[in-house]
Design a protein around this ligand. Structure first.
Ligand code: COA
Length: 161
């Protein structure tokens, strides 16, 4: 598995991973509620994902194995991690953890001392285990019951994407 910057022509594959990850892995958040799923998926289209890849304020990374996209992660230049989704086909193989470490490295390289994000219920345990702390009142993003604002003070060192 390799994690590297996403190419614009990978938008459709990355979008498919994003949608499947939400639908198939995030049941603890959407509870199969059609209204929540519709709101959550509304902007998860190849065109929108392509616009995220092209945006100069974002670093967009993909985890790949050959031609297959296993995960997508995005960090904004201000240190906000806005996306970290793994394919259901690659769950619990270290993709999200490795992606998170490289998103933090990218945030560091843009001069940030802190990363912040809003975690799903599904991924809350991963972020706690990676050193993030809850930093606010849980929100109801897309109508879900618990989305957790979290932050982590970044260490000085790290690996390169
Ligand atoms: C839970 C999830 C984030 C884990 O990521 P992954 O790429 O599958 O697995 P990784 O090997 O990288 O991470 C393993 C970590 O997941 C967590 N984890 C392990 N089993 C878990 C389980 N059954 N349920 C939830 N989290 C679990 C642990 O923190 C584990 O690390 P630790 O053993 O050091 O504590 C992922 O499977 C998932 O469901 N993602 C859905 C998309 C999502 O919610 N993204 C976050 C948006 S903010």
């Amino acid at each position: 598995m390799l994690i590297r910057k996403a190419h614009i022509d990978e938008a459709a594959k990355a979008c498919d991973v994003l949608r499947r990850s939400i639908l198939e892995l995030c049941g603890a958040d959407h509870h199969d509620n059609p209204a929540i799923i519709r709101r959550w998926l509304a902007n998860k289209t190849p065109a929108v994902v392509g616009s995220w890849i092209a945006h100069p304020d974002n670093v967009v990374l993909v985890a790949v194995e050959g031609e297959t996209v296993l995960g997508i992660g995005i960090v904004r230049n201000d240190g906000e991690i806005t996306c970290n989704y793994v394919s259901p086909d690659a769950r619990f193989r270290g993709v999200s953890k490795a992606m998170l470490a490289l998103l933090e490295t990218a945030a560091r390289s843009h001069g940030n001392d802190v990363c912040h994000l809003i975690s799903t219920e599904t991924a809350h345990r991963l972020y706690l285990s990676a050193g993030y702390e809850d930093c606010g009142v849980p929100q109801g993003k897309f109508g879900t019951t618990s989305s957790f604002p979290m932050l982590k003070q970044l260490a000085a060192e790290s690996s390169k994407p």
